[in-house]
Design a protein around this ligand. Structure first.
Ligand SMILES: [Zn+2]
Length: 316
């Protein structure tokens, strides 16, 4: 039975990361395709089905047996019904992607949320492996999280669990994209850090400074960058402390673009989180290990779970 594979797709606003993955978590083929979301949702769905079907055919041509399909998409995802409810990036609105895939490929299919399946992969195969209770926090343009317990990510009653970016951390803070002032992601997302620095430095919009550059300037001793970075780290520690109060995890895994700052982020954040722990046990705080493959691997895990195959934990 070692010839079985699942077809995995991680559909983002700009590109799709796709793979054939064995039940032990080993990737046997990868492909990348443009999403080209400007074509509209029907065309994007067409590409997803075409790419998934193509991968299944290539698997068969290589003597492998595709047993299931896993697809991760951003936005609001109803995993139980297999519906991409809403996604600004991809333009989806109530797309029954699971049923469409089953009809087209004739394979069991699971649909998941990109950050949730990324967390699933980090918890089972990556930086949180073997620790049981994991909070994966992806920090990029926004901030979202996945709470994974013993290899299963909580979805929530309405498919919206893990929206840690909208924890209120600064009631007088900047307005969030959701409309409310002071959300964590309005202060500590990579986008917010760049914005705050530009605002204080009075820089023009044609020379934006990224969060990574703010981190580097702060490390080099620039006062303004240091202030912006500290503010972001403090707010992030407040958000993570709330997460820890709720979930009592063993490990917090930080992913997304901001986590690439590495120790420039992890070292001050560990200290700030430590200060906030009273009776709660302090979680390990680590950087994600799977990079931008996490979503695709997570989609594969979801597909394997859908058909009741889970032998990667024993083998890796
Ligand atoms: Zn918000």
């Amino acid at each position: 039975m070692s010839d079985r594979v699942v077809v995995a797709l991680d559909v983002g606003g700009t590109g799709m990361k796709c793979a054939l993955v064995r039940p032990d978590g080993v990737v046997v083929r990868t492909e990348r395709h443009p999403t080209d979301a400007a074509r509209g949702p029907a065309a994007v769905v067409g590409t997803i089905l075409e790419v998934a079907g193509g991968l299944a055919d290539k698997a068969r041509a290589d003597g492998l047996t595709p047993i299931a399909v896993g697809i991760a998409v951003p936005g609001v995802v109803d995993e139980a019904r297999g519906v991409a409810v809403w996604s600004a990036n991809v333009g989806f609105r109530d797309v029954p992607l699971r049923d469409l895939t089953v009809q087209r490929l004739g394979l069991p299919t699971a649909l998941g949320h990109d950050v949730r399946v990324g967390g699933l992969a980090e918890a089972r195969l990556g930086a949180g492996r073997g620790t049981g209770h994991v909070l994966f926090v992806a920090i990029g343009t926004g901030i979202a999280a996945a709470h994974v317990v013993d290899g299963t990510a909580a979805v929530g009653a309405h498919g919206a669990a893990g929206e840690i970016g909208h924890i209120l951390v600064r009631p007088d803070g900047p307005r969030c994209g959701c409309g409310r002032p002071g959300c964590l992601e309005a202060v500590s997302s990579a986008a917010a850090i760049g914005r705050r620095y530009a605002e204080l430095a009075g820089e023009t919009a044609d020379a934006p400074v990224t969060a990574a550059e703010v981190a580097e300037r702060a490390a080099a001793g620039e006062q303004l960058a240091g202030q912006v970075w500290r503010e972001a780290v403090e707010a992030l520690a407040d958000g993570l402390a709330s997460g820890q109060a709720l979930f009592d995890v063993a490990t917090i895994v930080l992913g997304g673009g901001l986590a690439q700052a590495g120790d420039l982020l992890l070292t001050p954040l560990r200290a700030a989180l430590h200060e906030r722990m009273t009776f709660h046990r302090e979680p390990q705080l680590v950087a994600a290990a799977l990079g931008d493959e996490a979503g695709c691997l997570g989609a594969a895990l979801l597909a394997l779970d859908a058909v009741g195959v889970r032998d990667h934990q024993e083998k890796r």
